[in-house]
Design a protein around this ligand. Structure first.
Ligand code: ATP
Ligand code: MG
Length: 592
């Protein structure tokens, strides 16, 4: 390909809204352009890298035995109503009507579409396991698209959905996909951190997210300094920093003076309360009223909750509630603190004075730390008043005790007790065991060996292509531009004649033909620009091998060319006649 015949509109400066390197470089290198908030168009150069990424993913998926399909992007709303996500997905789901008034969605993900495909033709256990994947456009009406294609509204996802007769078979495919993901990211030159994740609104349990460390990451990862424990903070656990109440402590609690009410006028915060009572925050039981929305699994009654959407949460005063863990526990799409008016209505007290003693009509969920509190202070369900001498089990009994605290740096690793620390991360891929959520809701069945109808169990596996490409640029760039790994470079070699004319033109053309013959993706900079402009563009675009043809070197005997590697910056003079073979050799050595 000749530069003059290609379309690479490079920019000297990135537009001001490009806050991260990958966004700025993708624009400056002429890989893509912004059409609107969260909408980006790939230009020819960017598309070449995207296609190479697709190829890597396709090869690795095919190697696992997954089969590619091409579902539609626009999907009947009926399917989403069947799964229940028409209601629970919220504003992220772009709904459209056709001319007859029929409801459709622009796929943000494709559990429904693929489950429906399988449902129509699945009859026997002999057809299972089945793992179908697509590499296709998705649309999510993200609240705040940002960082270029990292969080767009329209993006490309590889998503796979597997169907199995039983959990053992699902586990096998889940492991295979985890291995394939590791290979994919390795081939992209990415260092990913696989972390235990929260499967959140997707339902089911058992999932792993593939993260890259990133200052602009939307995720907080909790890692252990001593072992390989790594978790999303949404799921992270820690070694309890409390001992369960011993028999002696229980006895002491029983002997504790009865709950007594104390006046706490003008005390509004925990800090003020601690100052007022001269105690540690760890002696206080915080009581928070939460509201659940997008409840997934049936209605509140089925969950055994007293109030349809509201519940009370207790946690030790020095800790914070982890809302993702809480939402997973109550199987809600989301949980948020109740409005002040609801708190007053439900607790009979102003905000800040709720407490578990005497609280009725609400399901009470306690963090496990609370179960070790035998002499605590709580709100008294009345304005300007608290209770002291409050003991777990004696003065109140929660309906549910679970781990719902937010783990923070400095807590202890749940596996080895080592010190935990935090990193920001960006999610590139996610694999999870979905269980029966969709196959049950959408009534999928097959006949087992005994001729009995059964529901298949599912897994699903996603990778965002645009975000992965941006992450590669984040990890591989310098001040001058992108430093592509060979595997994803839009071109592998760039021939730069200092002047495209005379002997240099002949040599460049011949070298081009030779490289093309070896199957090396080559770009020939045939523009009549100054050498400095060509070199700057070369560094910006980031092609791994650059061959510079200058008059003086070509006039040597034998003729020489300058071979520069973009990654190390190493420059060597090599014989023109050997340049193509050398590059071919290095490329092949570096392909994983
Ligand atoms: P996030 O928490 O970043 O929104 P998610 O949990 O919604 O991600 P999944 O539903 O698991 O993501 O989608 C699978 C993959 O699709 C993600 O790992 C990511 O690479 C990609 N992806 C998701 N949302 C976007 C987006 N708005 N723009 C680009 N890629 C995305
Ligand atoms: Mg999302």
């Amino acid at each position: 390909m000749k530069f003059s015949q290609f379309f690479i509109p490079t920019l000297r400066e990135a537009p001001g809204d490009a806050a991260v390197a990958s966004h700025a470089l993708m624009l400056r290198a002429g890989m893509m352009r912004r059409l609107s908030n969260g909408l980006f168009a790939y230009l020819p150069l960017g598309l070449r890298s995207l296609r190479k990424l697709e190829r890597i993913i396709r090869e690795e998926m095919d190697a696992t035995g997954a089969l590619e399909v091409k579902p539609t992007v626009i999907v009947p709303g009926e399917l989403w109503k069947e799964s229940g996500r028409w209601d629970t997905m919220g504003e992220a789901l772009l709904r459209v009507k056709n001319r007859l008034g029929g409801d459709f969605v622009v796929s943000p993900t494709a559990e429904e579409a693929v489950t429906s495909l399988v449902r129509d033709d699945l009859s026997s256990y002999r057809q299972l396991p089945l793992n179908l994947y697509q590499i296709n456009t998705k649309y999510r009406d993200e609240v705040r698209p940002r960082y270029g294609v990292m969080r767009g509204r329209e993006f490309i996802m590889k998503d796979a959905y597997s169907f199995h007769v039983d959990e053992a078979s699902l586990n096998g495919t889940y492991q295979d996909m985890g291995r394939a993901y590791r290979r994919i990211f390795r081939r992209c030159g990415l260092s990913v951190i696989p972390v235990r994740a929260d499967s959140g609104a997707m339902g089911g349990s058992g999932s792993e997210e593939f993260m890259v460390e990133s200052e602009i990451g939307d995720n907080t990862l909790v890692l252990c300094k001593a072992c390989d424990y790594a978790a999303n903070v949404e799921k992270a656990a820690c070694k309890p920093d409390f001992a369960p109440l011993s028999a002696a402590a229980k006895e002491a609690a029983a002997a504790l003076p009865p709950v007594s009410r104390i006046d706490t006028p003008d005390v509004k915060s925990i800090a003020e309360l601690c100052g007022f009572l001269k105690m540690d925050a760890g002696k206080f039981i915080k009581t928070l009223i939460y509201r659940a929305s997008n409840i997934e699994c049936g209605d509140a009654e089925a969950r055994g909750f007293m109030s349809p959407e509201f519940f009370a949460v207790l946690i030790r005063g020095d800790l914070e509630v982890n809302e993702a863990k809480l939402a997973a526990l109550v199987r809600a799409g989301e949980v948020c603190l109740a409005d002040d008016a609801d708190v007053v209505r439900l607790t009979g007290a102003p905000v800040g004075f709720a407490g578990p003693v005497g609280l009725s009509g609400l399901t009470i969920i306690a963090d496990e730390t609370v179960s070790a509190m035998s002499d605590a202070v709580t709100g008294a369900l009345a304005g300007d008043a608290h209770y002291r001498n409050v003991a777990f089990g004696r003065d109140f009994t929660p309906d549910i005790v679970a781990d719902i605290r937010t783990v923070v740096a400095g807590d202890r690793c749940p596996l080895c007790g080592g010190e935990l620390y935090e990193k920001k991360g960006n999610e590139l891929g996610h694999i999870f065991k979905l269980g029966y959520k969709y196959t049950k809701a959408m009534k999928v069945s097959f006949l087992d060996e005994d001729g009995k109808a059964r529901t298949p169990i599912m897994g699903c596996y996603g990778i965002g292509l645009d975000r992965t490409l941006a992450a590669v640029i984040e990890e591989h760039h310098d001040e001058a531009g992108i430093v592509w790994p060979v595997s994803l470079a839009p071109f592998e070699a760039l021939i730069v004649p200092v002047k495209y004319g005379g002997a240099a033109k002949d040599a460049a053309d011949r070298l081009y033909t030779e490289l093309a013959g070896l199957g090396v993706d080559t770009l020939l900079d045939d523009r009549s620009e100054r050498a400095g402009v060509k070199f700057n563009d070369a560094d910006l675009i980031g092609i791994p091998f650059r061959i510079v043809l200058g008059e003086k070197n070509l006039a040597a005997a034998p003729p020489l060319v300058e071979l520069k590697r973009r990654d190390s910056g190493d420059v060597r003079l090599v014989e023109l006649s050997r340049a193509a073979a050398l590059i071919d050799e290095e490329i092949n050595r570096r392909q994983v």
